[in-house]
Design a protein around this ligand. Structure first.
Ligand SMILES: [Zn+2]
Length: 136
């Protein structure tokens, strides 16, 4: 995909296009979601942190991670933002919500899209159930 070069940032406008290469641990995380509709993450053998998404190194103590655990399909919204402006790299057309969710069984939050809710009804502390949908 051709990219527009940004020579001079404009105030109040942030455009970003990036690519990402998942390593082995992260690939399993995405594969479990796609193929099995499960959220499988890593648990640290040193400090016990269950981190979302799965990763090869613990963000808390830097230990290597290889143990996978399945966590719950419900979460609590800890913060959110209603997106009203279109950006080409968004997977959905506005109006939608990006939020920090805390999945049951995890020790950290995860930024994700939140759907099936009227933005007027969104609030911090709301319980959100995971719904697996194909968007791309
Ligand atoms: Zn750790």
């Amino acid at each position: 995909m051709p990219r527009n070069r940004i020579d001079k940032p404009s105030e109040g406008n942030f455009d970003s296009i990036f690519s990402y290469r998942a390593e082995t641990i992260r690939s399993r995380f995405f594969t479990e979601i796609r193929d099995n509709k499960k959220i499988v993450v890593t648990k640290c053998p040193n400090c016990g942190m269950v981190g979302v998404p799965a990763r090869s190194t613990c963000v808390k103590c830097f230990a290597g991670l290889k143990e996978f655990v399945e966590i719950g399909n419900t979460s609590t919204v800890t913060t959110y933002s209603v997106i009203n402006t279109f950006r080409e790299f968004y997977p959905l057309k506005p109006r939608f919500i990006f939020g920090m969710i805390h999945l049951d069984g995890a020790d950290n939050g995860w930024v994700h899209m939140i759907g099936d809710v009227n933005p007027k009804d969104m609030k911090i502390g709301k319980v959100a159930k995971v719904k697996f949908i194909k968007i791309l």
